[in-house]
Design a protein around this ligand. Structure first.
Ligand code: SF4
Length: 91
């Protein structure tokens, strides 16, 4: 969480020394390193009191980078696709 704008973000469990787990490093990251980093980030998300708010925020702004609400960018894309399909069925 880089920018503390919304009130829910004040309660983010990822503030502080863990913040670098949530985004890939500027250097090359091997697949297993990425998997480990993301698993560590998601374990913090799992204990976060604002996980749902965080996920909804990331989905609403189309955040394409990092772990938000316990989901990777790929997982969020899948969620958005599923929601969009459901919405189209309701039309
Ligand atoms: S759900 Fe994860 S990324 Fe979102 S605020 Fe909580 S710890 Fe940070």
């Amino acid at each position: 969480m880089q920018y503390i704008a919304d009130s829910w973000q004040r309660f983010a469990a990822c503030k502080g020394p863990h913040a670098d787990l949530f985004y890939p490093p500027n250097t090359v990251e091997r697949r297993e390193e990425r998997a480990r980093r993301e698993a560590d980030a998601k374990s913090i998300c799992a204990e976060c009191p604002v996980i749902q708010e965080c996920l909804e925020h990331a989905l609403s702004i189309g955040e394409t980078y990092g772990i938000w609400g316990g989901k990777s960018e790929v997982e969020r894309r899948v969620l958005l696709d599923q929601r969009n399909k459901r919405m189209r069925k309701l039309d």
